[in-house]
Design a binder for this molecule. Structure first.
Ligand code: NOJ
Length: 564
């Protein structure tokens, strides 16, 4: 395998021709969870060969970029967010040469590539961590992580009271090289994910080199995992759950911004713009915007929007607050409804409580999938009409729902295992995609595959395969294709501003540019919308081409061409 980056032929690479474009301001970015996207070699696990075969499907869908969840060498203790080698592809997914080929092929189809970088922690199988364990207490190798002696008479208690996001203590005790009980190490997620010490210059230098490694291979941007967490209070003080201290000992500390300023300098050192996109999971839009100052990241995920219930007033408040917080830093807002960590929005919107909360995940609750689907389709037209860029999570274009009934024995998420099954976890949104055919594996794996898909697919997904929806008027896949085609052709959509128009209770109506209006009815009855115009697209009952009557059916959205 060559270590030298493959240089793509500039002329065959349409995404790298216009160096002046800040493409992330408008982009629709499709999230590829490789493990569940498409299986090329028949082992039941998605891989790069599977993705390469589907690149024409993605180009045809009309998205601008693909974000890959971690594809690096990993024991997959947290689905690849436990990285053993940031410069190698996991052999279950393929090889570095295949990744390079994929980047070139995607570029030729006009698709940009974003990779996931995980700075907060590595895998316990990363060579640094193995060296640190072998070296023993006091060794320099331990300074790349957070090793500390325990509290209590014999060091038998964790060094502080921090808890893992996935449940249990955030500390695991090690054995000394001679087998006696030794120091503890910090892991804010699973014990297989030791936190890196960003006060150490070697950590900083190495990650900047990792960025260059991927940018040199043509990668167009990085999604920064758990971006608020890498900086810690080195005193490691106890955390007061009842009265959280500020600054927080490990979330959203001022020092974390130094990391991203240095990364921005790396991104800016390339002639064609490389994007920094943060997973900034904060519920104050102003704090989020601090990550988007001109010398830091370009964009960040908008979790307030994702978390919001299907409610016109709440959504209008979130949208307005988002835009207000982004304006002063001149960063584009982003709009996202689903990803690999949250309940798919078809299911969320079909429930009495349609909001999402990381700590209030709902399982086995009454879910009206027809209603959820109607709302999800309307929400898609809403998201794609809002100013800025948008994220789609694989399978939402097919209308997939959350799978609740995965047998416990097959559940993989550390959330499930670290909480003894109290939290069922995120496997339900990670079920392999249905591509074709009438029964599992629905074309996810090739004919003659040696293994079943790594998570079982619902039989009812036969109606939601890409093949079943292809070319079918009114299917969710065709709705997405048409919406993305119109969005590309309409200069009013994407980056810019919006103007709210007066509208009846339970609706959202806004204008983009001079001549485009998006109207959303979040109620269970049809509503008259006093905006004349030509119907461009409808998520609901209206037949395209039938004209705009001014009546918006229940739980639906339209895009109208109109004049002031
Ligand atoms: C956020 C990622 O999105 C999630 O999947 C992962 O478990 C945690 N970070 C830890 O890396």
């Amino acid at each position: 395998m060559s270590d030298a980056p493959r240089s793509d032929d500039e002329h065959a690479d349409p995404v790298h021709t216009d160096a002046a474009t800040a493409w992330w301001r408008n982009a629709v970015i499709y999230q590829v969870y490789v493990r569940s996207f498409a299986d090329g070699n028949g082992d039941g696990v998605g891989d790069l060969a599977g993705v390469r075969a589907k690149l024409p499907y993605l180009a045809d869908l009309g998205v601008d970029a693909l974000w890959f969840n971690p594809w690096y060498a990993s024991p997959l203790a947290d689905a690849g967010y436990d990285v053993a080698d940031y410069r190698a592809i996991d052999p279950r997914f393929g090889t570095l040469a295949e990744a390079e080929a994929l980047i070139g092929e995607a570029h030729r189809l006009g698709l940009r590539i974003i990779v996931d970088i995980v700075p907060n922690h590595s895998s316990d199988q990363h060579e640094w961590f193995l060296e640190a364990l072998a070296a023993g207490p006091g060794a320099e190798a331990r300074e790349l992580f957070w090793f500390r002696p325990g509290r209590g008479e014999n060091g038998e208690l964790p060094p502080n009271n921090w808890k893992s996001v996935f449940g249990g203590d955030a500390w695991t005790r090690t054995d000394n090289p001679d087998g006696t009980p030794g120091e503890w190490y910090l892991h804010l997620f699973a014990s297989e994910q030791p936190d890196l010490n960003w006060e150490n210059p070697k950590v900083r230098e190495d990650f900047e080199d990792v960025l260059r490694f991927w940018f040199d291979r043509g990668v167009d941007g990085v999604r920064i995992d758990s971006a608020t967490m890498p900086a810690k209070d080195a005193g490691l003080p106890d955390f007061d759950e009842a009265a959280p201290p500020f600054p927080h000992p490990f979330v959203d500390r001022d020092e974390v911004h130094d990391i991203y300023r240095a990364w921005r300098a790396v991104a800016d050192s390339y002639p064609d713009p490389r994007a920094l996109i943060g997973e900034v999971w904060l519920d104050q839009p102003e704090r989020l915007a601090a990550y988007l100052r001109p010398d830091e990241m370009h964009t960040a995920f908008n979790f307030d929007y994702l978390n919001c219930a299907w409610d016109a007033d709440d959504l209008r408040r979130v949208i307005t607050a988002t835009l207000a917080a982004h304006a002063p830093v001149d960063a584009p807002a982003t709009w996202v409804l689903s990803n690999h960590d949250v309940t798919r929005h078809v299911s969320r919107y079909g429930r009495e409580d349609s909001s999402f909360g990381n700590n209030g995940r709902q399982y086995h609750v009454a879910t009206d999938l027809d209603l959820g689907t109607q709302r999800a389709r309307a929400a898609t037209l809403l998201s794609l009409a809002l100013p800025g860029s948008a994220y789609l999570y694989q399978g939402e274009e097919l209308g997939l729902w959350e799978v609740d009934d995965i047998p416990d024995a097959l559940r993989d998420d550390p959330y499930f295992h670290r909480t003894d099954g109290e939290v069922l976890g995120r496997d339900g949104c990670r079920v392999p995609l249905p591509w074709s055919g009438s029964e599992a594996p629905f074309g996810f794996s090739p004919d003659g595959a040696t293994a079943a898909p790594w998570l079982p697919q619902p039989a009812a997904w036969a109606a939601l395969t890409a093949e079943a929806e292809d070319g079918v008027a009114g299917s969710t896949l065709e709705l997405y294709r048409t919406a993305l085609r119109i969005r590309r052709a309409q200069p009013a959509l994407g980056d810019g501003t919006l103007e709210w128009l007066d509208s009846p209770a339970g609706t959202l109506v806004f204008r983009r540019g001079e001549d485009l209006v998006c109207a959303v009815n979040l109620t269970g009855q049809s509503v008259s919308i006093a905006v004349p115009g030509e119907l461009l697209l409808s998520s609901g009952g209206e037949v395209d081409g039938a004209g705009w009557s001014g009546e918006l059916t229940a739980e639906s959205a339209v895009w109208l061409r109109t004049s002031r």
